[in-house]
Design a protein around this ligand. Structure first.
Ligand SMILES: *Cc1c(COP(=O)(O)O)cnc(C)c1O
Length: 381
């Protein structure tokens, strides 16, 4: 008896689940800009899924199916941005509900969450992700309904134990949401570790080319909160444009290649600059010196991500000088694209930033790692 061998996620992703357009035979899917969808003579929708462009778009189907497959999940939803996706999770809570999230995480989302919770009557407490007991001590049984984590946490790359966070959340009847933007489904599948919901800023690695803003949610179950998130997308209108959805499904085809190359180069770079005379510290979960290294080995498979930070010493002035001398790295915010970027987070985050002022965040792309190392060497002077 021959058992059919299951295809690897890499194959399924490259082929977008072997997509061929049924009507034309086209390998590349069509773009559907239509805002509205016709009904037949009996007033039935010609395609029951498609009625009006704010509810859904035929161009979402492929990327959502592939993403759900990569996360071993039953369903995914695309959103107009990562923030809109995250917001749909928060808006599915009730006033008075309590949220717990890490003190250091993606700055824009952290600040918005603080502001939004204040304005809309949601409780919020932040915990120190470097302290393994902090999460359990921060949740409030009976009140906490959502534990929000990000791992690796931007830009210190703290690693949070997803399985243990899930246990803590479920123990008090809360749901666990994981912002897995930095890890990508190539390295970590949070649902397999017990997460209820996974969020991606698809602007980053999923699309991979710095040319769209997009987001996604993936769910462990098609339960009530999931239906609520779908309704929020449709009714609050956080919908992705059809062209952006097309770019996303195309960018995703090369996800594994891009992420693997970025991981390999990031590790090479991290190892090269650790102990360098002009570098105070290299912060990368792939280095044994990183406090989250052991956990990262357990929960990230095939690499430690394409993001790292270096502390150059000498404060903001010195760090900015180094960034200013880079010629191969581009000075820009965001990450996860094919081109490497350098960013001084403290400048971007402003006065109250918890990020050391001598810290530069690096997003490693798919260029030759030798060129990247040489560029940083000359920039460090
Ligand atoms: C960029 C980012 C977001 C926000 O996503 P947008 O697509 O910019 O709205 C959220 N979380 C992380 C980790 C991010 O890097």
């Amino acid at each position: 008896m021959s058992k059919k061998k299951k295809l690897s996620p890499e194959t399924k992703n490259a082929q977008a689940l072997h997509h061929v357009d049924a009507m034309t035979g086209a390998l590349s899917p069509a773009i559907h800009p239509s805002s509205t969808f016709a009904r037949d003579r009996n007033y039935e929708l010609i395609n029951a899924r498609h009625d009006y462009g704010r509810d859904d778009n035929p161009g979402y189907v492929i990327a959502e199916k592939v993403l759900a497959e990569l996360e071993s999940a039953p369903a995914a939803l695309l959103f107009s941005s990562g923030s809109a996706a995250a917001m749909a999770v928060v808006q599915s809570l009730q006033p008075g509900d309590h949220i717990v999230a890490p003190r250091i995480m993606y700055w824009g989302w952290r600040n918005w969450l603080i502001e939004f919770c204040g304005r809309w009557g949601l409780g919020l407490d932040l915990f120190d992700a470097t302290d393994p007991d902090a999460l359990a001590n921060t949740v409030t049984p009976g009140k906490t309904k959502l534990v929000w984590i990000e791992t690796p946490c931007n830009p210190t790359w703290d690693i949070i134990d997803i399985a243990s966070a899930a246990e803590i959340a479920h123990g008090i009847g809360a749901r666990l949401a994981v912002d897995s933007t930095v890890s990508t489904p190539v390295l970590t599948q949070p649902i397999k570790l017990g997460a209820d919901i996974v969020m991606h800023s698809a602007t980053k690695y999923l699309n991979g080319h710095c040319d769209i803003i997009a987001g996604a949610l993936v769910t462990a179950k098609e339960d009530e909160p999931w239906k609520c998130a779908r309704e929020i997308r449709a009714n609050a209108g956080a919908v992705l444009g059809s062209f952006e959805a097309w770019l996303l499904q195309r960018g995703m085809r090369t996800l594994f290649l891009r992420v693997r190359k970025a991981c390999e180069s990031a590790l090479t770079l991290a190892e090269h600059f650790e102990g360098h005379a002009k570098v105070e510290a290299v912060i990368y979960p792939g280095l044994p010196s990183h406090p989250g290294h052991v956990m990262a080995r357990r929960q990230m498979a095939g690499g430690f991500g394409g993001m790292l930070s270096i502390r150059v010493g000498g404060g903001a002035e010195e760090a900015l000088k180094v960034a200013g001398r880079c010629k191969v790295f581009t000075r820009a915010t965001s990450f996860g694209g094919v081109e490497s970027l350098v960013e001084h987070r403290a400048t971007v985050e402003g006065e109250n930033s918890p990020i050391p002022r001598d810290c530069l965040r690096l997003s490693i792309g798919i260029e030759s790692v030798d060129d990247l190392i040489a560029d940083l060497e000359q920039a460090l002077g």
